[in-house]
Design a protein around this ligand. Structure first.
Ligand code: ADP
Ligand code: MG
Length: 246
């Protein structure tokens, strides 16, 4: 894992009327890492992704991709720079094949030269979907749809992938398969920021863990450091592991 930060967030704040959804949050994500963001429901995890991808403007603070401020940039511009997002609710073109869905990602996304066929093939392989490439997306299981969503995001040639609860609602086998996909994504050189509730998966796959509670960053460290942090343990007491966003 290289030490260069690919993403840096400085004093980021998002207020929804009276609610501070993200409050003075600062951190950096090392290129080539898997960084997980954990925290109870309503902690601000999805809002953080919305701020990084430009879906929402911050109330205050800055977001840097590599050394460039992307604060306030429109979402398509941020995607063209190389930040991809895997949505939890995949909405594929159900009548198109799996490969055609991924190809759409390859046609858009990051600016610059591309080999659409090759990018599509590589993204399908990374997501473990090669065997289903010619099937219509409508035949995919929920777990396979999540893989398709990752493949589509990777096909945009993103250098940073944000995955918001890619394992939510998946069974243990499907969860393990998704974690394997994320490992392969990292191995391919793409940095991953993951929101996940399944603590064994988080602790196993993450190089680094950020803990949000009520919009504040209460811990930032290795899985071992974070799981030994008394504030983190307190924040999780009484919080069911199975808690998931709607
Ligand atoms: P998490 O993903 O950690 O469960 P969210 O980021 O979705 O949390 O939400 C953080 C807080 O911000 C919650 O209280 C939520 O209701 C609120 N919130 C999120 N998005 C909006 C929005 N667009 N408008 C108003 N409040 C929002
Ligand atoms: Mg969320």
């Amino acid at each position: 894992m290289s030490g260069e930060p690919i993403l840096r967030v400085e004093a980021l704040t998002k207020r929804f009327r009276g609610l501070l959804a993200i409050s003075d949050v600062s951190f950096a994500v090392a290129a080539g890492s898997i960084t997980s963001v954990i925290g109870p429901n309503g902690a601000g995890k999805s809002t953080l992704f919305n701020l990084v991808t430009g879906y929402l403007p911050p109330t205050a603070g800055q977001v840097f991709f590599r050394d460039r401020s992307i604060t306030g940039m429109p979402t398509n511009r941020i995607a063209e720079l190389g930040i991809g997002r895997a949505f939890q609710i995949a909405r594929p073109f159900r009548d198109l094949s799996v490969a055609e869905n991924v190809r759409i990602g390859a046609l858009f996304g990051k600016a610059g030269p591309r080999d659409v066929a090759r990018t599509t093939r590589d993204a399908l392989a990374l997501a473990g979907l090669d065997g289903l490439a010619e099937e219509p997306a409508s035949v995919l299981t929920v777990g396979q749809l999540r893989h398709l969503e990752v493949a589509r995001a990777i096909a945009t040639r993103a250098e940073l992938l944000l995955a918001d609860e890619p394992c939510a609602g998946l069974n243990p086998t499907e969860t393990a398969a998704m974690i394997d996909v994320l490992r392969r994504v990292r191995a391919s050189g793409v940095t991953v920021v993951l929101v996940e509730h399944d603590m064994p998966s988080v602790m196993e796959v993450s190089d680094r863990v950020l803990v949000l509670e009520s919009g504040r960053l209460i811990a930032d460290g290795t899985p071992a450091e974070v799981s030994a942090n008394s504030q983190v343990i307190a924040a999780y007491l009484g919080t069911p592991d199975a808690a998931q966003d709607p």
